[in-house]
Design a protein. Sequence first.
Lengths: 270, 380
Amino acid sequence: MRDDSLHEPQFALHVEDLTVTYGADPALWDIDLDIPPGVMAAIVGPNGSGKSTLLKTALGLVRPVAGHVRFLGRPVRQMRGQIGYVPQRHSVDWDFPTTARDVVEMGLYGKIGWFRRPNAADRARALDALRELGMQDYADRQISQLSGGQQQRVFIARALVQDAPILILDEPMAGVDAATEAVIIDLLHRLRAQGRTIIVVHHDLTTVQSYFDWLVMMNVRIIAQGPVAETYTPENLRATYGRQLAMIASGAATETGADTGTDTGTGTQK
Amino acid sequence: MTALLSSNIVQTVLFGAALLGAISGMLGAFAVLRQQSLLGDALSHAALPGVCLGFLVAGGRDLGSVLAGAFFTGALAALIMQLIVRRTTLKTDAALGIVLSVFFAVGVVALTYIQGQGGAASAGLMTFLFGQAAAILRSDLWIMGAGGLAALALVLALWKEFKLVSFDADFARAQGLPVTWIEGALTVMVAFAIVIGLQLVGVVLMVALLIAPAAAARQWTRALGSMVVLSAAFGATAGALGALISASARGLATGPVVVLIATAFVLISMLVAPRRGLIWQALAARAMRARISEGRVLTALQDLAKAHDDTAYKAERGMLNTALGAAPHAMRIQALERRGLIQQVTHPPETTPHWELTKAGHAEARALSGTRTDAGKDTP
């Protein structure tokens, strides 16, 4: 029996009492999280704070020991195809024998259905998605011959082609050059303007205020969440990053106990 | 050779080996891309106790029960490996190592036990260790053929699902694909290839027939489709050649010969394949080095011309060497002359050869010094 009743449908993402453990230690502890639709939200926290685990659990890739997740009021299995996902770039082997266009087409496999192959329309949509990211000239390039930034753009194009109302990205700006970062942010802002909800695991605190309008700060548990203007405070930063934190960006510059070097957490999550 | 080929037994062996090579080549391509080559090794070693079990249950060397036993213990081993990875802190490689050796040890103990009991048929069990092509019967070909066709049909029907799961299983799962079942289907098919390969190649070397054709094929191709096809072709060729060689020289075990041929394919592919081959890469690196040192000669000539405010400045070899801090090889100078970028001129009263930039040379030098500044550009 399918349960059609909606639970908290006013939120693009609603997470309640979520706990995930790897072995004995909790990776996520009692997470309560609500992200309203139409925002561009950053999830920040130190390495090992469970940001990626939170995304994976929300998407149903990791099984929680407690709690539940709803997208627009529905469990994730009823939302397949309506959530675009961009995993960390290093989660796959880029020596796989295939082209950029082919990878983007993979974003349509769920919609194409069983026993059928992508048709001309699907191929055209893949090319359109690549064009959005300025990658149309690389459509037939082997993915192993793309640079890191280009690979990241292909990954985002693969999620874009799904035309999903909710987009979830895991460290899309990690290890990409400034030009690619600008292209990605520009695209994400345009998608937000179309009313889509964008949720990004982000590592660079210096750009939180300029890129995002919603902020979730976490370290195994949720520290703070809300509009960036209210959430990005020295107290919250200190609570999230503890002693690792020194001076961060200008907006929270009232931080005075700065005695360590700036750590914007450029390392990758896992 | 014709006499050899007309023999019924040789035909059977040849066809069987080629069929097995094609099947394991096709499925091995997916195993290699999913970075699960060693799972194949564990599965094949774990098949040995199953072979003995099947022998004991059937009371003889009945192929059906032997293969069923192999399939059973192989699956059991895969299951235990998954349990170990999930329930303990051991990583996959350690789980593989433990399961592989324990199952193989049990298999060898069972094997020696059965042989200790005596009986004429028990001797045949040893062939499962390293394989024996002559043991293949014509009726076995039907089983292999039907299984191979079934595997091919499944690969064609689930092509895009297999591709996506092999490339990015998490993304496939996020799209709602039943990834566990798709991965299960791939693993079961690999187990099937191993089981039918047991009597030909043996449990110890079977994994090579999965990995080697795929590894060789990867060197030559740029798409999954051509990689799978080529891998199957390499496997079939290795199987057929190995069967022929071992049939023509008595006493050569088929399995190891097949594996050696497949590995030779890998070696050749690693060396000579375009783009990915070591020789190609070495040549490309050499060409790149040559281009760089030629470029340095050009920019040095350009700098000298600028310093003397004379676009037709004629530089002596010693001048060039000093400007560069090292003497460029004469071949580089000749190559630049061939490319029409510099020309050798005389500069009386000096008698030594001098060089000056041609018009094209000036343009090239300008282009080179222009690209220097954006070396940090985002290119692979």
